[in-house]
Design a protein around this ligand. Structure first.
Ligand code: MSP
Length: 644
């Protein structure tokens, strides 16, 4: 059999520092990369999507010391949480690289050695202002502040003078070759405005770059001179090669290198558009095809960052809505390249209006009508009438436009077009009034065609939306009882009429529940309230403790709360009385794990309404890395037994 040729597509995110867990700004980079990777897979490319963590350097050394941990211990803890977050956000990376992995360290040392032998790395002495927060020497033209110190222009914190014997990379020799390369590859940096910024910077001339430190212990040792450790940026940038096999699977490396897109935030553009290609040229590698610098998410008009204390925790949103509304909002709200201001109002508006009203309702209404009027079966629609053709013709147009927009990373534009189509289908349904057709047996054929057209449209739309909202689109294909998963259908084969006739659809569950802004803000405040430390923990008197009615409860029934990833609804026997409970334990336990189990609940807590369901008791659990772990008993007890 002839082999079909699949073009390769290699996309990367920056590797994240492990001094803290990612906020929405970091999640943004990864979500964009994920959407593009998913699109390229549908479009028929052989994709490699790499993300990971940047674990060496002074920043991590310092953060670990503050927490009383070794840098590796801190990294190990944070990595688990980062991986969990990517899982919760449905990120489909092919590999997760850690710069502390031995193969990465070896790869970096090997390239270092090669450049040393070639003379592109040489030993000297360096004195300069260094910003620990940004792991970066300040440019010489940064002026001295009134107190005689320099302030880091990126993070606003004071820098310190560092003087040390160091190895330099001969960056000055690469200004000319870089300018030639930029001239021949106008799309190397996107958006275009950023390309201009890079070119003017290089035109001013480049100085050799200090790429080792003796003051930082937590790093990859220079081969043969271990008092020096390799500068964290030299180390980190090479993850893009070691992550696809450099030096340990050269076949894989050759298959995917050069990268098609290095997706990054605009703050790390110079590292990627100047240093990185210069390192690669020196070592004799081909250069990446594109460095795409996206804008920042701001909160109250300033960049979201840990040091400014204005970060938003993605988990708060994921817990309440699942991953898709956040993915949708971040990708829809701004073009990749400009800054955006994250507002709760804006987010809730998008969820309620675009997702719940426009799209969610269309799906729900269509499937409900098919259940009511056709026993849930997609019936043979017969010939298409001219008045129905628009839904199909517009879909063909949409498919082509969406392809173009996704392919040029204009995801927000693709989403705008998809929504215009969703609204047109909503109008089509309103105009055809299937509920009226259903009353007239003579209109049976018309009704079947209208329902088919709408169901085919939601199938097609969910295919096109899959790169952005994979979990919801998968559900829609399940509602429609599609035989194959979305990923199995090549983009080229997608047709509106691809919806098979005769299949029995399933009962639709709400995809995007509407949320009230006030409720969401209250929930966020509750979840982000600083945890009390032992010193500040309020003292509870025994009298107060005695007020709590803790009991053994036996779980009788358990099921997932639709539209959530974390919540289980349970019914428990608390001693001759049944109570309904909602708890955020679905990450750790499947419903069947809990049925028949006995655990501890508080039965006299004021009932709370969670996702519209009254919770009449609360179970006790430890929360480790955001996951609940329930204490169980070592023997069977009578339900309702008191726990004191
Ligand atoms: N470790 C380096 C990257 C090395 S790549 C070889 C680093 N890490 S980071 O964790 O600080 O940032 C990673 C990415 O998150 C960067 O692309 C950065 O631009 C992005 N963001 C951090 N805060 C952001 C916002 N508030 N908004 C959007 N993206 C932001 O830099």
């Amino acid at each position: 059999m002839a082999k079909t040729f699949k073009p390769t597509f290699y996309i990367t995110t920056p590797i994240y520092y492990v001094n803290d867990i990612p906020h929405i700004g970091h999640a943004y980079t990864t979500i964009i990369a994920d959407a593009l990777a998913r699109f390229k897979r549908l479009a028929g490319s052989d994709v490699f999507f790499l993300t990971g963590t940047d674990e060496h350097g002074q920043k991590i050394e310092k953060a670990a010391a503050e927490k009383g941990l070794s840098p590796k211990e801190l990294a190990d803890r944070v990595v688990v949480r980062i991986k969990d977050l990517w899982k919760a956000l449905d990120i489909s990376n092919d590999y997760f690289i850690r710069t502390t992995e031995p193969f990465h360290e070896r790869g970096v040392q090997k390239i270092f050695q090669r450049l040393l032998e070639k003379g592109d790395i040489y030993k000297g002495t360096y004195q300069g202002w260094y910003c620990v927060g940004e792991e970066n020497f300040l440019a010489e033209d940064v002026p001295l502040a009134a107190d005689g110190r320099k302030i880091c222009p990126d993070c606003g914190r004071p820098a310190t003078i560092v003087e040390e014997s160091t190895y330099f990379f001969r960056l000055s020799a690469y200004a000319g070759p870089l300018l030639d390369f930029y001239a021949q590859h106008q799309n190397f940096v996107r958006p275009q405005s950023r390309m201009n910024e890079v070119v003017s910077f290089v035109r001013m001339g480049l100085k050799d770059l200090s790429i080792t430190r003796t003051t930082v212990k937590w790093g990859i040792p220079v081969p043969g001179d271990p008092a020096h450790s390799i500068y964290v940026w030299f180390d980190a940038l090479h993850n893009y090669l070691t992550g696809i096999g450099y030096d340990w699977d050269m076949k894989l490396c050759e298959k995917f290198w050069p990268a098609d897109i290095h997706l990054i935030g605009k703050d790390i553009l110079r590292f990627h558009a100047i240093f990185w290609p210069a390192f690669l040229m020196a070592a004799g590698f081909a250069l990446p095809r594109c460095v795409f610098g996206h804008g920042w998410w701001l909160k109250d008009e300033t960049k979201m960052s840990k040091s400014k204390g204005n970060v938003l925790d993605p988990y708060v949103i994921i817990r309440a809505f699942g991953p898709d509304p956040l993915r949708y909002f971040l990708l829809r709200e701004i073009p990749i390249g400009t800054d955006g201001n994250f507002s709760h109002e804006g987010f809730i508006h998008r969820v309620n209006s675009d997702l719940a009203n426009d799209f969610g309702n269309l799906v729900h209404r269509t499937l409900t009508m098919i259940r009511t009027y056709s026993q849930g079966i997609i019936e043979d629609p017969g010939d298409e009438l001219e008045e129905d053709a628009k839904v199909r013709v517009d879909f063909d147009g949409l498919k082509e436009k969406a392809y173009g927009f996704y392919d040029s990373a204009a995801i927000n534009k693709a989403l705008e077009e998809i929504w215009a189509y969703i609204n047109a289908v909503n109008k089509y349904l309103a105009a055809r009034e299937p509920w009226k057709l259903a009353k007239d047996p003579g209109q049976r054929k018309r009704l079947t065609r209208v329902l088919y057209q709408a169901a085919a449209a939601i199938r097609g739309v969910s295919y096109l939306l899959f790169p952005v909202m994979p979990a919801s689109c998968r559900k829609i294909w399940e509602f429609l009882s599609e035989k194959n998963p979305i990923e199995a259908l090549p983009w080229a084969d997608l047709k509106l009429s691809g919806l098979a006739v005769g299949q029995q659809t399933r009962e639709p569950r709400p995809l995007f529940p509407r949320v009230d802004l006030k409720d969401f803000l209250a929930e966020e405040a509750r979840q982000t309230a600083p945890a009390k430390t032992e010193e500040t923990m309020d003292i509870v008197t025994f009298e107060e403790f005695k007020k709590m009615d803790l009991r053994v409860a036996k779980i009788l029934k358990a099921e997932k709360v639709p539209g959530t990833t974390k919540l289980l609804k349970m019914e428990a026997d608390i001693g001759g009385e049944k109570r309904q409970m909602v708890a955020g334990v679905a990450d750790t336990y499947a419903p069947e794990d809990l049925v028949g189990k006995e655990l501890i609940v508080i039965v006299n807590l004021k009932p709370a309404v969670i996702r519209g369901i009254e919770s009449q008791a609360m179970l006790l659990a430890a929360v480790i890395d955001d996951k609940a772990v329930i204490p169980f008993f070592d023997r069977e007890l009578p339900p309702g037994a008191k726990v004191k």
